[in-house]
Design a binder for this molecule. Structure first.
Ligand SMILES: O=C(CO)[C@H](O)[C@H](O)COP(=O)(O)O
Length: 225
């Protein structure tokens, strides 16, 4: 079993019948969704899922997980998602899979958030992983220029064939190579103030529990922000 699978299965043990569960996106969350699907089929687990991307929606539907839109639930009990980087003070970067907008919406309205990562995602300070910023196409070149003048090394995310990556909301992603983010809150506030920016990948004071995949087993860390 690889580390992503280990934490995916471990996180699924936190899902209980009767819950509304936010289902994250990415290669780690994939294993959690598979395990939730297995428990529904084999153990009679009774939950409603709220997905954070079209990819997770397709996976969950194929597994027979009952789903509702975020707009059709009164609350979300628990959201389980991956992360691209987690700092020593448990702030995070997400959006490597371009699903940051829906992920942040579901996380914001969730009573509890669990992040599942292999140990390679733990860092002292955020910023080695390029910070994703979701922007609307109109004016995106101006935003690229602005980020370049601030020496944020922006790149418009493209597929291998050169096509521009479009999010589930048909927006673009600009990745900022910042190397070290000293003031994530200040940066987040500035990014959110820019016209055309829909959302950024700094997930601050969001996570309640981190499950880290280590060679000798999963480690569960409770976080107090
Ligand atoms: O934020 C995300 C998608 O937008 C993912 O949770 C993040 O990129 C981690 O993905 P993976 O588990 O594949 O490394």
């Amino acid at each position: 079993m690889n580390l992503k699978q280990m934490v995916g299965i471990e996180a699924a043990t936190h899902v209980k019948s009767g819950m509304v569960v936010g289902l994250g996106t990415g290669s780690t969350a994939y294993y959690m969704v598979e395990e939730v699907g297995r428990r529904i089929k084999e153990e009679g687990l009774n939950i409603v899922g709220v997905t954070t991307s079209k990819a997770t929606e397709a996976q969950a539907l194929a597994l027979g997980i009952p789903l509702k839109s975020i707009d059709d639930v009164t609350h979300v009990d628990l959201t389980i998602d991956g992360a691209d980087e987690i700092s020593a003070d448990f702030q995070g970067i997400k959006g490597g899979g371009a699903a940051l907008l829906f992920e942040k919406i579901v996380a914001t309205y969730s009573n509890k958030n669990i992040w599942i990562v292999d140990e390679s995602k733990l860092v002292v300070k955020l910023g080695q992983f390029p910070l994703p910023v979701e922007v609307i196409p109109y004016g995106s070149t101006q935003l690229l220029n602005l980020f370049a003048t601030k020496e944020m090394a922006p790149t418009l995310r493209r597929k291998e064939n050169g096509d521009i990556v479009k999010t589930d909301s048909q927006n673009y992603i600009i990745d900022l190579q910042l190397d070290q983010i000293d003031s994530p809150k200040e940066l987040g506030t500035w990014l959110s103030s820019l016209p055309g920016v829909v959302e950024h990948g700094l997930f601050l004071d969001v996570v309640n529990t981190v499950i880290v995949g280590r060679e000798n087993g999963p480690e569960t860390i409770q976080v107090n922000h």
